[in-house]
Design a protein around this ligand. Structure first.
Ligand SMILES: [Zn+2]
Ligand SMILES: [Zn+2]
Ligand SMILES: [Zn+2]
Length: 334
């Protein structure tokens, strides 16, 4: 069986960058810096989609290679998912099947959201699932996974506003990778400034389409390749609404994009029973496109806005611990 692990490298060349794939030596050629990231992701996704293997035959490719991609841990565990990893400051990209334990131990990596895996073309959808399966991911899990995915897939300098928009686009896109955001929704997202769209367009993450609707927006997602074919659109839209509520609590008023993104992150990573959560500070910073040193100021603001009850950073581990003012509402009660 073909090993489900693919690696592409972006190498400097006199005339710019070249995309080099370890699996197809004759492929590709020159690309410009702006499109390098999206070209790398598209190429990897092309391999993954061309090599569909039933879940029960997939194995941890990290383990197969001696777990060289992460610090030592206690062994493989958890379900096999596609893991997208970035090394050498964005020069090397790898997409591979990995178990939950290896995925968690790998730096600069994100599990590709389940919605993409479920979109395996040709899988009979009418056949009942024989195996007892846990329910699909709830809104909170979906949002958490997509935030993690975007933290790796978007350029590090992407603004908080563009990240909020990318999250909504990912959750609201249709089966052809198009997303339509009406004027009212853009207003409630406070994302009607054209420069936010420009930013994602420059990163080649999406392409804005002409629309006849005044004030609304239509776009085609180009990162697509990784997220395409997602079938459970209603579930995703439900998650998009969940994220919207987590970012715009009535008490938080007209806060700016970074605190809104931060509040989605905190809600998505909190225990729904207790409203408490923890996460490495660095991971939250990467998801927000900010420096870890900037976050305390944002967290204080969220306390002032009445969203967060308390927070502290553990000095030994640099882990952030927090308690939300309100528990994140589980999806079932929506
Ligand atoms: Zn290739
Ligand atoms: Zn491993
Ligand atoms: Zn493993």
């Amino acid at each position: 069986m073909t090993p489900r692990a693919w690696t592409v490298e972006l190498r400097s060349h006199t005339s710019g960058l070249v995309l080099v794939c370890q699996q197809c030596p004759h492929a590709d050629g020159h690309i410009d810096a702006a499109s390098a990231r999206s070209a790398a992701l598209a190429h990897l996704a092309h391999h993954a989609r061309g090599d569909l293997v039933p879940l029960h035959l997939r194995v941890c490719q990290c383990h197969e290679r001696g777990c060289r991609w992460h610090p030592r841990h206690r062994g493989c565990d958890g379900p096999i998912r596609l893991l997208l990893a970035c090394e050498r400051g964005g020069r090397l990209w790898r997409l591979a099947d990995a178990c939950g334990a290896c995925a968690a131990a790998t730096a600069r990596a994100a599990v590709v959201p389940e919605t993409a895996l479920a979109g395996t073309p040709g899988r009979p959808t009418a056949a009942p699932q024989r195996k007892r399966q846990p329910r699909g991911p709830g809104a909170q899990t979906r949002v958490r996974e997509i935030l993690s995915y975007l933290a790796t897939a978007l350029p590090p300098a992407t603004s908080a506003a563009a990240r909020l928009l990318a999250l909504q686009c990912t959750l609201r896109m249709d089966a052809t990778m198009h997303v339509r955001l009406p004027k009212g929704m853009l207003r409630s997202l406070r994302l009607n400034a054209p420069d936010v769209w420009d930013e994602l367009e420059r990163a080649q993450w999406l392409r804005v389409m002409p629309t006849s609707e005044a004030g609304g927006a239509v776009a085609e997602l180009l990162d697509a390749t990784l997220l395409g074919q997602a079938p459970a659109r209603d579930d995703r839209r439900h998650a998009a609404d969940w994220a919207l509520r987590a970012s715009c609590p009535s008490r938080a008023g007209a806060v700016s994009p970074l605190p809104r993104l931060a509040s989605i992150y905190l809600a998505a990573h909190a225990n729904p029973e207790t409203g408490t959560g923890w996460s490495p500070l660095e991971q939250m910073a990467r998801t927000s496109g900010d420096e870890p040193s900037e976050l305390p100021c944002v967290l204080d603001q969220l306390v002032k806005e009445g969203l967060l009850a308390s927070w502290r950073v553990c000095p030994e581990s640099d882990d952030l611990h927090w308690t939300l003012r309100d528990k994140p509402r589980p999806a079932e009660q929506d």
